[in-house]
Write a protein that binds this ligand. Structure first.
Ligand SMILES: O=C(O)[C@@H](CO)OP(=O)(O)O
Length: 236
């Protein structure tokens, strides 16, 4: 048996300002740092064997803050190619335990196109609430110049199947630190949600969502809080 731990990054400086963020590389707010540390506290004694994050700093920060509390080992970023890969190899024997950490744009937030940088309430005033809700939560309506959730899934799901699932199959506990919509596409896939169901799916910042992997199946344990699991998927 192994565990899949999904976590949306803590609040970012642009979440706080209520701006469409997408691929804009914004760091965590002070509250976001606290959320990530709190998640780390909850996961303190969990064995984490491998980490996947997006290429965006808010997800990387969140994973590192979680690991700053964790005893599994030191997260070591595994670069895929070039000098970063070649020159970051370890040749000595220092006896440390390392947790391989992979960064990939496949896990990045949905690309929000021309909405990036726009205030979400201002967008509602300009385009109407209904239109903005479709851009933000529907499955196949893309924001102007950006990705629909369906488009996002075209990059997240092959990565999930090709890189993340094989680790679970090898009994590795996996931490995935990513974003509201990249995680919505992954949860939609795992849970087999319909287009209508995914409209209601909102993933809270900085709360670990735990799955158990056994015999080829992922079973949801729920969102992990101080007091235990919230088994519902749609957190109010
Ligand atoms: O701005 C964004 O990139 C995302 C996540 O914060 O926003 P939304 O909740 O609208 O999908």
């Amino acid at each position: 048996m192994s565990n899949l731990i999904l976590i949306r990054h803590g609040e970012s400086l642009w979440n706080k300002l209520n701006l469409f963020t997408g691929w804009v590389d914004v760091p965590l707010s002070e509250k976001g740092v606290k959320e990530a540390l709190n998640a780390g506290e909850l996961l303190k004694y969990w064995r984490i064997d491998v980490i996947f994050t997006s290429e965006l700093v808010r997800a990387i920060q969140t994973a590192m803050l979680v690991m700053s509390k964790n005893y599994s080992g030191i997260p070591k970023i595994e670069h895929e190619n070039g000098m970063m890969k070649e020159w970051s190899l370890i040749y000595g024997e220092d006896g440390e335990r390392y947790v391989p950490t992979y960064k990939s744009w496949h896990l990045n937030e949905r690309y929000y196109g021309q909405l990036q940088g726009l205030n979400k309430d201002k967008a509602k005033k300009i385009y109407g609430e209904e239109q903005v809700l479709l851009w933000r939560r529907s499955y196949d309506v893309a924001p102007p110049g950006g990705e629909s959730l369906k488009d996002t899934a075209k990059r997240t799901i092959p990565y999930f199947r090709g890189k993340i699932m094989p680790e679970l199959e090898r009994d590795k506990n996996v931490l995935v630190s990513a974003h509201g919509n990249s995680l919505r596409s992954i949860v939609m896939h795992i849970e087999g949600l319909t287009k209508e169901e995914v409209l209601k799916l909102n993933i809270p910042t900085g709360v670990p969502l735990i799955y158990e992997y056994q015999a080829g199946k992922l079973k949801r344990m729920g969102y992990l809080y101080e007091w235990g699991y919230d088994k519902s998927l749609h957190i109010k």
